[in-house]
Design a binder for this molecule. Structure first.
Ligand code: PLP
Length: 458
C-alpha cells in the first residue's frame, strides 16, 4: 500500500470540494470533508492519513478478489500495449471479448449461451428493457411491453435502471419511472411480514406478481425483474418459498424472468450466480461488478437460448450497443479476475467455508440490544437496528435522525466500512476475506454498535 504521509489531506479535500460532484451524496453538505482513499490490498483500504480500514463492502459490492491484485493490472497492461481500444460494433471482434463471452457462457446455466456486453450494471438493465420488448415484438405480441419490478429494488441510475428500481427518492428526481414499468411488493419478511411465517409471507409476496399480471392481463406484461437478494434495498433475503413461486408464475403466464445478478453474480451467494442458489432459470441475467471485481468498468446481459433464438435468430440487426461494449482492456481485467476466482476456488469457499463461518458470527450480533435482526446469506449481510426488540422492524423516531448514517460514521472511525441503508447496516466483504479478518470485521462491528448505542442513549 502507498505511504500515506505523502498526502496533504486537507488540500485534497478542498480541491475535491471545489469541483467534484459526488454520486449519491449531498455534495454541498459534505463540503471539504470527503474521505480520501489512496490504497488497497486484500480486504483493506488505506486513507490519506494512514488509517487502515477493513473494506466490509468490497467497494460497492464488487471487489470479489480483494484490492491490489497485481495479475489483473498486468493483464490489463499487456492488453493495452497490444490493443487498448477497439469497438465490437458491426462486424468486428477481438480475442479478449470473444474469450470473455465464451468464459461467461461456460459459467452460466446451460440454457444461457450469449452475452451482450455493456459498461455497467445500469447499462445492462437498460439493455434488458430493449431486449425483452424486442423479443415480444418479434414473437408477434407487441402489446407485451410492461415490465414488473419491485418496490425498494435497485437496478441502476440510468433512466431505465432507475425506473426499474423501486427507490422512491430516485423516482422523485426526474419524473420516473418511465411509462410501462410497475412495482410490486418486496419479500421483506422482517419489515412487512406481519403475523405470517416466513414461508407464508414468501408465497404472499410472490403472489403479488400473479395478482399484478392478472390485473393488467398477461398479454400486456413482458417481464418480471428482481435481484436474487435485494442488495441496496438492505440485503432483503427472500423466504425460501419465494423464488420457486415466482418461477412458476412467470412460466405459467408466459412472462420473461430477468434476474439481476449485478451483486449476486460471481460468487457472492456461494454459487456462480444467485439464481443457481435459488434454483431458478432466468431468461436474462444482467451482470457487472464481480465480473471484473470492479478493476475496470464492464457489465453485460447473459441471454438464454429462448431469447437469443428469437432476437438474434429472427430479428436481424439489434439497434443497440455502447462504445465500450466489450472494451478490450476491461475484458482482459474480467478474464484475469475470473481466473483468480476459479483458481482460488472462491465460490466454493463462500458456500462451504468462509460463508458459514462469518454468518455464524454475524448472526450472534443479533443479541446486541440495538439489533433487531442479524441476517446473512453467502457473504452479504445486514444488521437491522431497532429502538426496541419486538421481533420485527421498528423505526427510530425523530429526533434521533438517520441512525444508519450515524452508525456508518462510527464504523469508519472504528476502521470498518459498513453501508447504512435507513436503519440497517450492510456488509458484503471481498470473497477472499480470511477467518481472522472475518473475526476482526465482527469485532469492529460490535464496537460500532456499542458506540452507536451509547450515542443514542445520550
Ligand atoms: N443492479 C444492481 C442489483 C445493483 O446493485 C447495481 C449497483 O449497485 C446496479 C444494477 C447498477 O450497476 P452500476 O452501478 O454498475 O450501473
Amino acid at each position: 500500500m502507498p505511504t500515506s504521509n505523502l498526502y496533504d489531506t486537507q488540500s485534497l479535500r478542498e480541491r475535491d470540494a471545489a469541483h467534484h460532484w459526488h454520486p449519491f451524496t449531498d455534495t454541498k453538505e459534505l463540503g471539504a470533508n470527503s474521505r480520501v482513499i489512496v490504497g488497497g490490498e486484500g480486504v483493506w483500504i488505506e486513507d490519506s492519513e494512514g488509517n487502515r480500514i477493513l473494506d466490509g463492502m468490497a467497494g460497492l459490492w464488487c471487489t470479489q478478489v480483494g484490492h491490489g491484485r497485481r495479475e489483473i493490472a498486468d493483464a490489463v497492461y499487456a492488453q493495452m500495449t497490444k490493443l487498448a481500444y477497439y469497438n465490437t460494433f458491426f462486424k468486428t471482434t477481438h480475442p479478449p471479448v470473444l474469450e470473455l463471452a465464451e468464459k461467461v457462457a461456460s459459467l452460466a446455466p446451460p440454457h444461457m449461451n450469449r452475452v451482450f456486453f455493456t459498461g455497467s450494471g445500469s447499462e445492462s438493465n437498460d439493455t434488458v428493457i430493449r431486449m425483452v420488448r424486442r423479443y415480444w415484438d418479434l414473437k408477434g405480441k407487441p402489446h407485451k411491453k410492461t415490465i414488473i419490478a419491485r418496490r425498494n429494488g435497485y437496478h441502476g441510475s440510468t433512466v431505465g435502471g432507475a425506473s426499474l428500481g423501486g427507490m422512491t427518492p430516485m423516482h422523485g428526481q426526474g419524473d420516473l419511472p418511465i411509462p410501462g414499468i410497475v412495482h410490486i411488493a418486496q419479500p421483506y419478511w422482517f419489515g412487512e411480514g406481519g403475523d405470517l411465517s416466513p414461508a407464508e409471507f414468501g408465497l404472499k409476496a410472490a403472489r403479488a406478481l400473479e395478482a399484478a399480471i392478472d390485473a393488467f392481463g398477461a398479454d400486456r406484461i413482458a417481464a418480471f425483474i428482481a435481484e436474487p437478494v435485494q442488495g441496496a434495498g438492505g440485503v432483503i433475503i427472500p423466504p425460501e418459498t419465494y423464488w420457486p413461486e415466482i418461477a412458476r408464475i412467470c412460466r405459467e403466464r408466459d412472462i420473461l424472468l430477468v434476474v439481476d445478478e449485478v451483486i449476486c453474480g460471481f460468487g457472492r451467494l456461494g454459487e456462480w450466480f444467485g439464481s443457481v442458489h435459488f434454483g431458478v432459470e432466468p431468461d436474462l441475467m444482467p451482470i457487472a461488478k464481480g465480473l471484473s471485481s470492479g478493476y475496470l468498468p464492464i457489465g453485460g446481459v447473459v441471454v438464454s437460448d429462448r431469447v437469443a433464438d428469437v432476437v438474434i435468430g429472427e430479428g436481424g440487426e439489434f439497434y443497440h450497443g455502447y462504445t465500450y461494449s466489450g472494451h478490450p482492456a476491461a475484458c482482459a481485467a474480467a478474464l484475469a479476475n475470473l481466473a483468480i476466482i476459479e483458481r482460488e476456488k472462491l465460490v466454493d469457499r463462500v458456500r462451504d467455508d468462509i460463508g458459514p463461518y462469518l454468518q455464524a458470527r454475524w448472526r450472534a450480533l443479533g443479541e446486541h440490544p440495538l439489533v433487531g435482526e442479524a441476517r446473512m446469506i453467502g457473504l452479504m449481510g445486514a444488521l437491522e437496528l431497532v429502538p426496541e426488540k419486538t421481533g420485527r422492524a421498528v423505526r427510530f423516531n425523530a429526533p434521533l435522525g438517520d441512525v444508519g448514517a450515524l452508525c456508518r460514521d462510527f464504523a469508519f472511525a472504528n476502521g470498518l466500512v459498513m453501508r447504512g441503508v435507513r436503519d440497517s447496516m450492510i456488509i458484503s466483504p471481498p470473497l477472499v476475506i480470511s477467518h481472522d479478518e472475518a473475526d476482526e470485521l465482527v469485532a469492529r462491528a460490535r464496537l460500532t454498535l456499542d458506540a452507536t448505542h451509547a450515542e443514542l442513549k445520550r
